[in-house]
Ligand binder design. Structure first.
Ligand code: FAD
Length: 1008
């Protein structure tokens, strides 16, 4: 008996033989495209630029715009392609009306290589041609992610029309193999769930399933009537569990329970894939009707690894290519073994994977008419022909649609074709020998998993790095992924548990003593204002005085506690925050109306502040030699300032309070922290965390109470050396002013760290990617009800783009889910309290008078402080809605003539906190980077969501005193620098060299 490997090799050799009979280059279109691809395979930088250029091209309107972009992307490059581009640009300048359209035509042709037609009519012509070659089809509609329900409805209608058209046009078509035809209907449609619902949240599968199934049911029903097959494609990992659940849910419904013509995709590059497949098979058996599975490796590898790198989470995909290949083979066998309930399809261009599937089918005596190979339109033509010749069933995946919405698909194909690790490149561009290509992938897996190191952003250590910048050696805590049912369940049970203890009383904490008085202030749930989340003890002036005394006394000891001990305290606190993560998130949901993911983001940030400042203090805590000179050494180091008073806002109720307090404590100061009156319970929780972490009595004190009484008293206090404030401009400026007055007996010049509001602007360039612009702008303006100081409140549109953006922006806003954030997947919850509610409504009235109300949500929950998301247009820079901070879900849209005017408008307020720009023009991006006035500038992404260590956060002008929370110089605000110089020469004799760093100046020296 032949071994499987030799069988695979023989079959592979046969395929190659057939392929080589009609040799074809990797890319069937010759000339322009061939050359581009060849260049990009040899130059990574060129490849990136090329793909970025290709992605922007369809959205460029005029010839001059195309030429300008061509120049910006390529002209300064040092690769073999630049002379060609240079010639092109010169020609283009001379005759732009010829060369730009020619270029666009070339790129369109390149895309057409992968797109089977613009619409249903177009595609039919292609399908007919394939039919003569005995190749079947599955048609897919381009333009996956929709930003509004209007777009989702359009997509659903398009799928419906396409189905009708395909059924009509192919009525007479018969099965190419004439056998087992009942398993493989001629008409086959591939659908993507992200195209059918704009508000899919991985945390809320039930909501997604309800919405998507209402679109899928009519499609399934009609497909069944017409005898067609519907395949549900698999997209990014975030949608995977929802897609699987949706598939099982609909197909278990009585109407579809006995329908065998629906299929789903399993991506073998996912670590979960085997478990998912086995689960599906079990479900299928219980259902009692067969269903289809298309096995692929997966098209989003680059996206998944980049995303995980950014989120600090483990990638869901394998990291070595042969692992995906080997898993594909393993799952191939699972599919064949369960052939009685699954109709398998293998979506691959890899001859090894294909030959292996053929060999396993033969081994298990499965007739070749009972499964099919599926390949993409425009790729691997010779392999398709070879498979047909060998008597296999072949189906082609044919995308249909316009170029613009199809760019994401095109870029995925370009990446796949030029990937270093891809089969197609190896075979058709690099002529790797067949023997090599047919090796068993299991032999190629490196046991040490070394591919992990190649991942972006995955630094594994959190040690203090003396030389690298802060962000490089720091690893952020991963976000909780609500993709998993386990995380959803944990959050639900945390909400349940926290709900049970609503109404508890929380003490002050002074000098290690808990103080609970009758003077209590309720903190209410803004989504249900009759519900009291907890009572905070109202601190009096007496208690404020006690806190100062306790802090002062503790400071004298704490300042001489080693940096290492202080850093470890923060790390223990981080561990406790992690352990109580769901519970604390649940408290935030109730107390300040954050959605699940926003609340989790806040706890993550608190954890990051603790670990980051611990790391930074270890770096700063080591006295550093100022200059190497013989006979003398000078060490620069830092001392704590004294007593720090920390005043935090409610909008990041744990993170900001924690960040400022942790910075104070780790630098050796004693801290009095005061949470906002609206988030006392969150503050009290943080105090519990530090208490459990072992903060010594008096080093951290907790005073809840009114800013106007205890707040003002402590700001003015002679024994308070530092005030760290984050909050409104009004209060911030008062603090800044009064802290400037030196009081009798005061030891230090009071240091103030003042972080205030913003009136943040996002500029949208004429060539911006509108999918991204809309998605991020909506999130930045309406996420957490617009109550982040970084939130977008002014959208500045170039007039050229104005209509196109507005056409999509308003339906996107209208699609948002507004409701109680205790429910998963809610995007817009309540604003913090009644005064805020009234103030925002007043601003909306002002806006109605000043500008044009372009959109306001009609329905919001009747109870609770819900403000309907609102958009004003015709806003002029001098209007109040364009100048004043509203701190609610209200967006002003301003139209400008050009980028100069956009910058002038963006910079024309008192604030400079965050700002953003959507553009694909490298020159314009550079210009905005240089000229936009804001502490944090974000290009082509949301202007909210700063991450500790990566995006040190804080603004200037009236947004703040120029400090950067989560940045490497933040702790310096809590310290005073000192230099200690010693003459080390004795009678002319001196040590040769002084060490770069020395131990801390601590006396008595701590025992090791
Ligand atoms: C008909 C059809 C339908 C498809 N439908 C879907 C779908 O619904 N969802 C979807 O996601 N994809 C889908 N795909 C795309 C498919 O995932 C890719 O075309 C496929 O991954 C390419 O694999 P290959 O076997 O042809 O090539 P190969 O060159 O053998 O494999 C390339 C693949 O290996 C994986 N890979 C690359 N580098 C690494 C690495 N370092 N570590 C681990 N794995 C790596 C990636 O998945 C990459 O795409 C479909 C493909 C076809 C042909």
């Amino acid at each position: 008996m032949r071994s499987l490997q030799s069988d695979v090799e023989q079959r592979g050799a046969r395929i190659f033989e057939l392929v080589d009979k009609h040799p074809e280059r990797l890319f069937s279109k010759a000339g322009f495209y061939q050359r581009l691809m060849a260049f990009s395979m040899h130059d990574e930088r060129f490849k990136t630029q090329l793909f970025q250029f290709v992605a922007v091209l369809p959205s460029l309107r005029g010839s001059s715009e195309i030429i300008q972009h061509l120049e910006e992307y390529f002209s300064d490059d040092n690769n073999g392609f630049s002379p060609l581009v240079g010639v092109g640009i010169r020609a283009a300048r001379l005759v732009p009306w010829i060369s730009a359209p020619v270029l666009r035509w070339n790129v369109s042709e390149m895309a057409r290589q992968f797109i089977a037609g613009r619409n249903g009519n177009d595609v039919i012509a292609t399908l007919r041609k394939r039919r003569t070659q005995k190749i079947g089809f599955t048609v897919d509609v381009l333009g996956e992610a929709v930003v509004s329900e209007t777009e989702a409805d359009e997509h659903a209608a398009f799928y419906g029309d396409l189905l009708e058209k395909l059924a009509r046009e192919t009525r007479e078509w018969t099965d190419p193999l004439g056998k087992d035809a009942e398993l493989f209907p001629v008409v086959n449609l591939s659908v993507k769930i992200s195209a059918l619902y704009s508000q899919i949240s991985p945390a809320a599968p039930a909501d997604a399933i309800a919405h998507v199934s209402s679109k899928l049911r009519p499609l399934f029903r009609r497909a069944r009537e017409l005898g067609a097959f519907i395949n549900v494609d698999m997209e990014s990992y975030a949608l995977k569990n929802t897609t699987l659940e949706l598939f099982k849910t609909i197909l278990t419904e009585p109407e579809f329970k006995d329908w065998p013509h629906a299929g789903i995709v399993i991506q073998a590059y996912l670590r979960d894939s085997e478990a998912d497949l086995r689960d599906l098979i079990e479900w299928g058996r219980a259902r009692g009707t067969r269903f289809g599975v298309r096995l692929v490796k997966g098209a989003y590898w680059d996206y998944e690894t980049t995303k995980s790198g950014q989120n600090g989470s483990n990638p869901p995909v394998f990291l070595q290519k042969p692992e995906s290949d080997a898993n594909f083979e393993k799952l191939t066998r699972v599919l064949f073994e369960n052939n009685s309930v699954v109709t398998p399809a293998f979506g691959s261009h890899n001859v090894r994977s294909i030959a292996h599937a053929q060999a396993v089918a033969d081994e298990l005596r499965i007739d070749r008419s009972r499964f099919e190979f599926q390949l993409l339109y425009g790729m691997a033509g010779p392999i398709k022909r070879a498979l047909v010749k060998m008597g296999y069933r072949v189906r082609e995946y044919c995308p249909v649609g316009e170029l613009l919405p199809g760019m994401a698909y095109l870029v995925r194909r370009l990446l796949e074709n030029t990937s270093n690790e891809g089969f197609l490149r190896a075979k058709f561009a690099e002529n790797v020998p067949a023997k090599e290509l047919l090796r068993d992938p299991r032999e190629l897996i490196k046991p040490d998993g070394s591919a992990i190191d190649t991942l972006k952003g995955s630094s594994h250590k959190n040690g203090a790095s003396l030389n690298a910048t802060a962000g490089h050696s720091f690893r952020n805590a991963p976000l909780v992924s609500f993709i998993y049912k386990d995380s959803q369940d944990k959050m639900q049970s945390a909400l349940h548990e926290v709900r049970k203890r609503l109404g508890e009383k929380y003490p002050l904490y002074i000098g290690g003593e808990k103080i609970l008085t009758d003077n209590l202030t309720p903190s209410v749930n803004p989504a249900e204002p009759t519900q009291i989340v907890g009572y905070g003890t109202e601190a009096s002036i007496d208690e404020a005085e006690r806190a100062v005394k306790a802090a002062r006394a503790a400071f004298e000891k704490w300042r001489w506690t080693s940096v290492e001990e202080r850093a470890q305290l923060l790390e223990r606190a981080a561990g406790i925050l992690e352990r109580r993560r769901y519970e604390l998130s649940a408290v935030e949901v109730f107390e300040v109306g954050k959605s699940w993911s926003e609340a989790d983001g806040d706890i993550r940030e608190a954890i990051d502040f603790c670990t980051f400042y611990a790391q930074q203090m270890r770096r700063l805590g080591r006295p550093k030699l100022t200059q190497q000179v013989p006979g003398e050494e000078s060490y620069h180091h830092y001392l704590p300032r004294g007593v720090a008073f920390v005043i935090a806002p409610w909008n990041f109720p744990i993170a900001i309070l924690c960040g400022m307090a942790a910075a104070g404590v780790v630098t050796g100061n004693a801290v009095i922290m005061k949470p906002s009156e609206q988030s006392i319970v969150c503050g009290a929780m943080l105090m519990q965390v530090f208490e459990e972490a072992g903060v010594p009595p008096g080093v951290l004190n907790f005073l809840s109470g009114h800013g106007s009484t205890i707040g003002a008293h402590l700001v003015n206090h002679k024994d308070v050396d530092l005030v760290a404030f984050t909050g409104s401009r009004e209060v911030g400026l008062k603090i800044w002013e009064s802290a400037g007055i030196t009081r009798p007996g005061q030891r230090e010049l009071k240091r103030v760290i003042c972080e205030m509001g913003g009136k943040n602007a996002m500029i949208v360039d004429a060539d911006a990617d509108l999918d991204e612009t809309i998605m991020y702008s909506i999130y930045a303006a309406f996420g957490f009800q617009g109550q982040k100081c970084s939130a977008l409140s002014r959208l500045i549109l170039l007039e050229e783009n104005y209509d196109r953006v507005m056409e999509r922006l308003i339906p996107a806003a209208a699609s948002l889910r507004v409701g109680n954030p205790a429910e998963p997947g809610i995007m817009v919850g309540p604003v913090i309290d009644e005064p805020a509610y009234r103030r925002i409504l007043e601003y909306i009235e002002i806006g109605k008078k000043e500008a044009k109300l372009a959109y306001q949500a009609k329905e919001v929950p009747p109870h609770g402080y819900f403000i309907p998301p609102t958009i004003f247009t015709d806003v002029k820079p001098n209007m109040r809605v364009a100048r004043e901070e509203i701190f609610g879900p209200v967006l002003s849209v301003l139209k400008v003539h050009d980028l100069d005017e956009a910058l002038e408008v963006a910079n024309g307020t008192d604030y400079a906190l965050t700002g953003g720009f959507f553009s694909r023009s490298p020159d314009n991006i550079e210009r905005v980077k240089a000229r936009l006035e804001a502490g944090n500038i974000y290009i082509n992404r949301s202007c909210t969501g700063a991450i500790v260590g990566r995006h040190p956060f804080g603004g200037f002008k009236m947004s703040g005193s120029g400090t950067k929370a989560g940045g490497e110089d933040y702790l310096l605000n809590f310290l005073v620098p000192r230099v200690v110089t010693e003459n080390t020469s004795r009678h002319g004799f001196a040590p040769e060299k002084s060490p770069e760093y020395r131990d801390e100046f601590l006396w008595p020296k701590p025992r090791q």
